[in-house]
Ligand binder design. Structure first.
Ligand code: MN
Length: 240
């Protein structure tokens, strides 16, 4: 049996190819899995679980069907969909897991994260991250109407593009010291994350031993998946 990992789909009604590939993945590979882990940025943007956008409804129903078929689905927040909450979890049946989380995969301990918290060279981003993950800030945002939240998101995005930093959070790579510190803190030698859109398997020098850092890719042009079974992990591109 196999455990599947995906991230950075950036689902958006304006990019229907990605959603179609996700739906077919849920109806095929995911049904055969021991479990599915979605490591953040499933959605391009998430302004609250009360968003009535029918596109999100379609995606939520498809996830629910996988859970109802007996496959556990775990979701970790990304930097685009960190507002996903308890209502979404209730509707889809996913378990929301902390960033980072250590799991045991067929005898091997692995730390899972989205990846943005490792990009410690980007100080303005880390400051913004701390603010937007604060439950008080989120509660304040959720008190606004969905229309107000959409207007705020559009404004923030425009300002970001105007500064030429529209993709800075994704383009910025992880900081090596942060990677090593995270592995040491959790006493593991293997890490799996997304966010940077740079799919690869890296060796990490842990001074005396070699660790592994596996990076999932985004779904803009192709799908990206890690299939992990008794023989270990395989990072694969899925055509469409
Ligand atoms: Mn991300």
């Amino acid at each position: 049996m196999t455990t599947l990992f995906i991230s950075d789909l950036h689902l958006d009604a304006g990019q229907p190819d990605i959603g179609e590939q996700f739906l077919s993945f849920l109806n095929s590979d995911a049904r055969e899995a021991d479990a599915l882990y979605i490591l953040g940025d499933l959605f391009e943007a998430w302004l609250g679980d009360d968003d009535p956008n029918p596109y999100y409804g379609e995606m939520k129903s498809a996830i629910r069907e996988v859970v109802d078929a007996g496959v556990p689905v775990n979701f970790m927040h990304g930097n685009r969909d960190f507002m996903i909450g308890a209502r979404f979890a209730g509707e889809t049946g996913v378990s929301i897991i902390a960033d980072p989380t250590v799991i045991n995969l067929y005898g091997r301990d692995v730390v899972l994260c989205h990846g943005d918290a490792l990009c410690t060279d980007d100080l303005p981003y880390q400051k913004m991250r701390a603010m937007t993950r604060d439950p008080e800030w989120q509660a304040m945002m959720l008190q606004k109407s969905i229309e107000e939240r959409i207007a705020i998101a559009v404004k923030v995005r425009k300002e970001s593009i105007a500064r030429g930093e529209s993709l800075s959070d994704e383009i910025m790579d992880v900081n090596q010291d942060s990677v090593i510190a995270t592995l040491r803190e959790h006493e593991v030698d293997t890490m799996l994350h997304g966010h940077t859109h740079r799919p690869a398997v890296h060796a990490v020098d842990l001074g005396g031993s070699i660790g592994t850092r596996i990076v999932l890719g985004d779904w803009y042009e192709h799908g990206s998946v890690v299939r992990w079974d008794e023989s270990g992990p395989r990072l694969e591109t899925m055509g469409r």
